[in-house]
Write a protein that binds this ligand. Sequence first.
Ligand SMILES: [Zn+2]
Length: 260
Amino acid sequence: MQYDVSKIWHRLPSDIISKIEHCVAAGCEQKSHRGDAYVFFRADDIAVPGKNFTHLLEIFSQYRVPLCLAVVPAWLTQPRWLALKRAGQNAASRWCWHQHGWRHINHEITGKKQEFGAGRTRADFEHDIDCGRQRLESLLGQSFYPVFTPPWNRCDQKALEVLKHLGYAAVSRSRGSRRPSSKSLPNFDVNVDLHTRKEKTPAAGWNNLFDELQQAIASGRCGIMIHHQRMNEAAFDFLAILLMTLARSKKLRLVHFKDL
Ligand SMILES: [Zn+2]
């Protein structure tokens, strides 16, 4: 499959290090009177091992930052899982492997793409979510953690009810998900998008990305979404600088889903 690279990753601004430092410091400054801010990273569409995946885990290992990995159950096989696990074996406790839908296919005829959208029944959802969970539990064993990231970051209310019924620990969508989940099913939403940005110009993309990052840190809960298939060298360079800056900050707590 051919993945698009967002315009901002064609070239990093020359003063990228100071831009990131300034953005993180400004977010912390806005937040400082209300205690620490939590930061987590969530990498989506995980299942197929490869160069980018290995490089991603190397960078997170280098800066000792935890990472939530959203695995597509239907794409995963035993050999693939063994290769993914091998890439992260130096720090197994750093990774939070969880569920990303079932087959990652769109079932909606109109409107935004969804695997668990309004056009399907609760019984469909129960079947698919349970199939996905069983597959991940059987392949990943103890490494599986029951958090659900719906493909395209959105799902119908019925899916939230099914997740609650099946005993999931949380759901992870994007900021501004239309339907908040209930208290017994916490939201671990992402509010910063690194690699599926749609801005027409790099300048607009950078402005929006830094706004998102600063506001997310200031809110006290910063969830950063990664799509490793869409990362080029500039995107990896940026990630390394970001991880280094975040890890150095005394006001931030870098966590994964199990810590939230
Ligand atoms: Zn996805």
